[in-house]
Design a protein around this ligand. Structure first.
Ligand SMILES: [Zn+2]
Length: 148
């Protein structure tokens, strides 16, 4: 996986760099913010990561950079929800741009004490239902549409 500082422009994708801010692109050897995350926010983020909209199909899998030997689990189960850690990312409309995190971000929070930036957590709580018209409109208004 690629490493980006939190809130740095995310150039992982073939397009959309001007719209995207990275969150949770962690890598061994780079410091990251640890702290408490409210469980309501965690639940909302897990819900968004179950079947996240993708601007482009991606093969491969994000491996956990912090699990020392195993590459981390293949999925996270929380309450009635399962997040599979394929190559998927979650796109969350912020104030002006769109936050993008690997869905593995929920594992980083749950298992490694990662605390994403406040503005990302606020955006999670304000995010329309995944794949809803309101959600897609919010992405488009911030310059993000499907890549061609
Ligand atoms: Zn891990």
């Amino acid at each position: 996986m690629a490493y980006f500082d939190d809130l740095a422009p995310c150039s992982y994708f073939p397009a959309g760099q001007d719209s995207l801010l990275a969150v949770g692109w962690l890598e061994q050897g780079h410091l990251f913010t640890q702290g408490l995350v409210n469980e309501d926010v965690f639940e909302a983020l897990v819900r968004l990561c179950v079947n996240p909209w993708q601007p482009v199909a991606f093969a491969g899998r994000h491996a956990c950079a912090l699990c020392r030997f195993s590459g981390g689990p293949g999925a996270l189960v929380y309450r009635d929800m399962t997040v599979s850690f394929g190559g998927a990312n979650v796109f969350i409309p912020g104030t002006e741009r769109v936050f993008v995190a690997p869905t593995l971000v929920v594992h980083y929070i749950d298992a490694h004490g990662y605390a994403p930036p406040r503005e990302f957590l606020d955006a999670v709580m304000g995010c329309p239902e995944m794949r809803s018209l309101a959600y897609l409109k919010a992405l488009k208004a911030r310059g993000l549409t499907a890549f061609r």
